[in-house]
Design a protein around this ligand. Structure first.
Ligand SMILES: [Fe+2]
Ligand SMILES: [Fe+2]
Length: 287
């Protein structure tokens, strides 16, 4: 892969979006769940924009509570801490990237975030099926597996416009159009962003190798498998779009390394389809 263009563009990026503290606090709790649960709640409370979004979701028709939910403690009691954390993670990631005004590339950011959320939900179901204990980490892995596309859309917009057009004309995978046009793909830019954001190696690997499971480091194979199939399951469930409407083949490694089979995958797809409206409405609320 010739990455000279990548290097020349990223060397010119002066400011990058940052993630709210809440995101990192939740990452901290993955290894030490009990000690930092309180910290997460306090960090959420201190972040006005994240708290406001959580309350908006908590008070929406989606959850149908008759009483008005006025603070994070009450929201945690009514929706559960897991739900609060996934809302906080999603809000953190969506709000970090400014909306582009003219959308010169025609990459559909809204469908993209919906695809990301669907992949996050899929990742949690997969984690459950393969006995992967770190549910929050699985959620994050699904949520950000394609984050490199936002970097391409934003910082490489003339090229991304060509890429998006190519996908529309040829109905190919967006990743293939990226490689043909740029000589690298969104897993490279996503991995790079994850490094700037100081993500742990496990999450970095899940971004970098989600389309190249065979090259994944052994110690993070579970994380890579989760991101790889979460994407394919979200595509199969037809929720949102990561930029194209094709369904890639699942790597054989998945079936060698886990107990998953095509039947279980299909069940997960069906389970995800039942959440389609919830995911789409959730995104509408945050918008
Ligand atoms: Fe991808
Ligand atoms: Fe994807």
């Amino acid at each position: 892969m010739d990455t000279s263009k990548f290097k020349s563009v990223i060397s010119k990026i002066k400011t990058l979006p940052t993630l709210p503290q809440v995101f990192y606090k939740i990452i901290d709790t993955i290894e030490m769940p009990d000690s930092s649960a309180k910290d997460v709640k306090n960090t959420i409370k201190r972040d006005q924009s994240v708290s406001a979004q959580i309350l908006k979701v908590a008070n929406s028709a989606l959850y149908g509570h008759s009483r008005e939910i006025t603070d994070i403690t009450m929201a945690t009691v009514l929706l559960g801490f897991d739900m609060i954390k996934s809302i906080a993670l999603s809000v953190s990631v969506f709000s970090s990237f400014p909306k582009t005004e003219n959308n010169s590339t025609r990459f559909d950011r809204e469908l993209f975030w919906i695809h990301s959320m669907a992949s996050a939900e899929a990742a949690v179901i997969i984690a459950d099926k393969i006995g992967y204990q770190k549910k929050d980490q699985a959620f994050i892995i699904g949520l950000i597996h394609d984050i490199g596309k936002v970097i391409l859309d934003y910082y490489f917009s003339p090229d991304y416009k060509i890429i998006v057009t190519k996908v529309r004309q040829e109905n190919c995978l967006i990743r293939n159009a990226e490689i043909e046009t740029l000589n690298f793909d969104h897993s490279l830019t996503g991995g790079w962003l994850g490094e700037q954001w100081k993500f742990p190696e496990s999450i970095l690997s899940s971004i970098k190798f989600h389309h190249r499971v065979n090259e994944a480091p052994k110690e993070f194979i579970e994380e890579v498998i989760i991101s790889h199939i979460a994407d394919i399951i979200a595509r199969s469930a037809e929720i949102g779009s990561g930029g194209d409407y094709n369904i890639p083949k699942i790597s054989d490694i998945v079936f060698k390394k886990t107990d998953l089979n095509q039947e279980v995958i299909e069940l997960i797809v069906q389970q995800l389809i039942t959440k389609k409206t919830e995911i789409e409405e959730f995104f509408e609320l945050l918008n």
